[in-house]
Design a protein. Structure first.
Length: 317
């Protein structure tokens, strides 16, 4: 029996296939699957490719259940089902908020701060109620997201190119990233590549000690921590609540360190830590819950152990 979890976003899509004990059998990855960021056709293509590749590498058996946790997937649900080749009753379409929360905490109570291409904050109460804040997408903007951080960098680089901000260090890095010779070419090329890719440009600049880059990261961490604490206050979260950090943005050391420092000042009793498991594992847990009605601690522990001991590749599909 195969238990399958799909986690997708604006940058990538991951599929995990597990056995009923919680052992990871296969992991695949493809391009972004959030229709708001990559378009409907690409979202379907990437998701179907990742799932089919994962099932083929797991022996080709029909899965007991597939939990598909992708923002905006409802817009392409019919196309996804057609591409999956799995009976509709064996597929659940859910928000990525649920997989992120479940994976990060392994339970239904606490706070999860997701920061990737987009961002959102999830608050789970003892009564099982899950509240979500943020996640508005690229037009409205998401506080703390990679897209927001990238825009901060672009604005700083534009200020340098316009001569309004001292120096040219960030401008030169941004020009090099886009292969642009000057500001005029940059204006033309900005829309040609996903803006969130610039987070790596900023991370490199911060690691090299660039003063303006460090200032941008500091301001970003300050604003994001203030936003998270405001949500916790609004939801009357207990002062000693567990706050789990999930998403690719936390791989940026300077951002993570500064955010943790601000949170320790604003919520000194809170247990702020990295997520227990990634969102794809949360999707697996949801799929298991659909099959058996519950997810045991032994299943989660086995899943966690399997992830930590994983020596296989993550196949690109």
């Amino acid at each position: 029996m195969l238990i399958v979890g799909i986690d997708g976003g604006g940058t990538k899509t991951e599929v995990w296939v597990c056995d009923p004990a919680g052992r990871v059998l296969t992991r695949t990855r493809s391009g972004g699957s959030n229709p708001a960021y990559v378009g409907e056709a690409a979202a379907v293509r990437h998701t179907v490719s990742a799932l089919r590749g994962a099932l083929e590498r797991s022996g080709g058996d029909m899965p007991a259940h597939v939990a598909c946790c992708i923002p905006g997937a409802s817009a392409v649900q019919r196309q996804l089902l057609a591409g999956f080749g799995v009976p509709a009753e064996r597929v659940s379409f859910l928000s990525d908020a649920e997989s992120t929360f479940y994976g990060a905490l392994g339970r239904r109570e606490g706070v999860v701060v997701l920061a990737g291409t987009g961002s959102f904050v999830l608050v789970g109460q003892r009564d099982g109620k899950l509240q979500s804040f943020g996640g508005w997408g690229p037009v409205v903007g998401d506080p703390g997201s990679g897209s927001e951080l990238a825009v901060r960098l672009l604005r700083a680089a534009a200020g340098q190119l316009d001569g309004l901000t001292p120096g040219m260090s960030l401008a030169q890095r941004v020009l090099a990233h886009y292969g642009a010779a000057n500001g005029r070419e940059l204006r033309r090329l900005i829309g040609a590549r996903p803006v969130q890719e610039l987070t790596h440009v900023l991370a490199d600049a911060a690691a090299d000690g660039d003063a303006l880059a460090l200032q941008i990261v500091e301001e970003h961490a300050e604003a994001f921590s203030e936003y998270v604490v405001k949500i916790c206050s609004h939801c009357r979260v207990e002062p000693d609540a567990t706050v789990a950090l999930s998403g690719g943005m936390w791989e940026l050391e300077e951002l993570r360190r500064r955010f943790l420092a601000r949170m320790s000042q604003r919520m000194p009793s809170a247990r702020v830590r990295m997520a227990r498991l990634p969102p794809a594992a949360g999707a697996v847990m949801i799929a298991m819950e659909r099959v058996s009605g519950q997810v045991s601690e032994s299943f989660i522990a086995k899943l966690e152990k399997s992830v930590s001991e994983w020596k296989g590749d993550v196949a690109a599909c």
